[in-house]
Design a protein around this ligand. Structure first.
Ligand SMILES: [Zn+2]
Length: 155
């Protein structure tokens, strides 16, 4: 899926890396003649690319960004207290990931735009991608909560 670039940095060996607003990183090397991105070596060139989108295959694969930290969680919901809003399509804000964590039971988890429709259990958590519509449906008794993650402050 397309994600906008929010900043640039270097990897360990000095190659340019773009950070996307989902938190994933993507190399944006300039290594002519094979990869030509002369813009990446100037500050103004990079500045012009902020906000442009790149295709994030890590999001497509529900890959949780490893450095994100939990900052908030919901109360524990059951089949009786499940807020109806969670049964309809809804999404988190830009840069906010979530984990649907089951303590007991099962829960249907749907992400239509990624053709994902799976059954969550205590052994199978649900990954919530930033800004991507998703919903859950009851399958029977359940106890679960949702934990939200964001990028740590960076210097
Ligand atoms: Zn991503």
């Amino acid at each position: 899926m397309k994600r906008p670039i929010i900043r640039f940095g270097h990897d360990d060996i000095g190659d340019w890396v773009a950070t996307l607003n989902c938190g994933h990183l993507q190399h944006v090397r300039h290594s002519p003649p094979f990869i030509n991105r002369p813009w990446v070596i100037t500050e103004s060139g990079r500045k012009n690319k902020i906000g442009e989108t790149l295709n994030c295959v890590r999001c497509d694969k529900f890959e949780f960004p490893g450095n994100f930290i939990p900052y908030k969680k919901t109360p524990v919901f059951t089949e009786e207290s499940l807020p109806s809003g969670l049964k309809n399509d809804h999404s988190t804000k830009a840069g906010v990931w979530g984990k649907i964590i089951l303590i007991e039971g099962t829960l249907q988890y749907r992400v239509n735009s990624l053709e994902t429709d799976i059954v969550l259990s205590p052994n199978k958590l649900g990954i919530i991608l930033p800004e991507i519509l998703h919903s859950v449906a009851l399958l029977g008794p359940v106890k679960f909560y949702v934990e939200f993650y964001k990028e740590p402050d960076f210097a």
